[in-house]
Design a protein around this ligand. Structure first.
Ligand code: CAA
Length: 379
């Protein structure tokens, strides 16, 4: 039976996120974009009203929300600002390996203090020569007695250099490729863990992306997630869970661009009539609205599969890929409807277009998503 009926709880928290976005995110989005700063006051307020740590179970101090409820919230937050959503999404991504592969002891030890205050987590997988090709990781982890010693450099890491907790992927056996990768929990204050370059980005500017330098970082062997060699699969299973959230965020940006363009098209008068009277504009609006509906259905289905424990690798990749491609096109077309005004910083359109580009790239480029989809189809 197919039902698109949200529960009362889901509707209530979606509405809470919508109000929060209107009150706390929309008014400050342009300012954070300009300054490229972490939106700490927004995070603090989200923490206070229960919109932070959405995917962490309640017993550790999180909200314990299912995947479908999370994507409802992410659509709303990104409607206000994709960069500000980035803090929420970056944290969710970084703690997912611990949620899926951690022991009860590790969860209690790392998540309970993490949730006691507004903390940041970082998923440290990407490296200068290991972006799409995760198997090419150069970061190493060498076992010495009861410790591992980590060395390497990570790049393009959300919360890189400022996180309280890192999930670092490193090679424990270079001869084994993906089967030689392991995942480690590393507290942010561990000696030898430094922030490298903070990236200056085209869009998504309220989200902190930085380089992480790892020099002789020693962690107890008990910080290994799962077993040695399981890191690659943990990373892939993590991305299966989090990619629909990127789809949801792209959807939020697309909905914002569409709503702005729809409103403007009814107000802007040229040749003695609103531009919405022109079929050329109407067709663009019709395509935008259709794309948004399709993407939402796919994002919800991918999230529902996660909640049902059903295989979701393909649907997660599809939802991220389709929603972000759709959102890129919607923001370009929406800006076109604004004409010259859309290109100016006085209107929100150029920011939406700059911001949404990253959703086609992070958590795996859309070319990688198509590889994942095709490999599932051809299995
Ligand atoms: N779940 C479980 N296991 C999986 C899996 C999944 N989704 N995908 C692959 N595996 C398993 C395979 O079954 C295989 O195991 P066996 O050998 O035991 O059968 C093993 O992992 C290796 O799989 P592949 O041969 O398919 O691996 P590959 O080297 O060909 O790589 C890839 C596949 C899809 C290209 C993968 O490397 C990939 O997803 N790359 C993109 C990485 C990515 O998304 N990076 C983004 C980082 S996060 C970020 O951007 C956020 C930020 O902070 C800014």
């Amino acid at each position: 039976m197919v039902s698109f009926q949200l529960t009362d709880e889901q509707t209530a928290i979606r509405d809470l996120a919508r109000k929060f976005t209107q009150k706390e995110i929309v008014p400050v989005a342009a300012e954070y974009d300009e300054k490229a700063e972490m939106p700490w006051p927004v995070i603090q307020k989200a923490f206070e009203i229960g919109l932070w740590n959405l995917n962490i179970p309640e017993k550790y101090g999180g909200q314990g929300l299912d995947a479908l409820t999370q994507v409802l919230i992410y659509e709303e937050l990104a409607y206000g600002c994709l960069g500000i959503f980035g803090a929420f999404g970056g944290n969710a991504l970084a703690v997912t390996p611990l949620l899926i592969a951690g022991t009860e002891e590790q969860k209690e030890k790392f998540l309970t203090p993490f949730c006691a205050k507004p903390s940041l987590a970082a998923f440290a997988l990407t490296e200068p020569n290991a972006g799409s090709d995760v198997s090419n990781l150069a970061t190493t982890a060498t076992r010495k007695g009861d410790e591992y010693i980590l060395n390497g450099t990570k790049c393009f890491i959300t919360h890189g250099g400022i996180a309280d907790l890192y999930t670092i992927f490193a090679s424990t056996d270079k001869t084994k490729g993906t089967k030689g990768i392991s995942a480690f929990l590393v507290p942010g204050n561990t000696p030898g863990l430094y922030m490298g370059k903070k990236e200056d980005k085209m869009g998504d500017r309220a989200s902190h992306i930085g380089e992480v330098i790892i020099e002789e970082v020693r962690v107890p062997a008990s910080n290994l997630l799962g077993r040695e060699g399981e890191g690659f699969k943990i990373a892939m299973r993590t991305l299966d869970i989090t990619r629909p959230s990127i789809g949801a965020a792209a959807l939020g940006v697309a909905r914002r661009a569409f709503e702005e363009a729809l409103k403007y098209s009814k107000e802007r008068v040229q040749f003695g009539k609103p531009i919405s009277a022109n079929q050329a504009i109407q067709f663009m609006l019709a395509d935008m609205a259709t794309g948004i509906e399709c993407a939402r259905a796919l994002v919800w289905k991918a999230a529902w599969h996660i909640d049902q424990g059903k295989p979701n690798t393909m649907l997660s990749a599809m939802s991220k890929c389709y929603a972000s491609d759709m959102a890129m096109k919607v923001t370009v077309d929406a800006l076109q409807i604004f004409g010259g005004y859309g290109y100016m910083k006085d209107y929100p359109m150029e920011k939406l277009m700059r911001d949404v580009k990253i959703t086609q790239i992070y958590e795996g480029t859309n070319q990688i998503q198509r590889m994942v989809i095709a490999s599932q189809l051809l299995r």
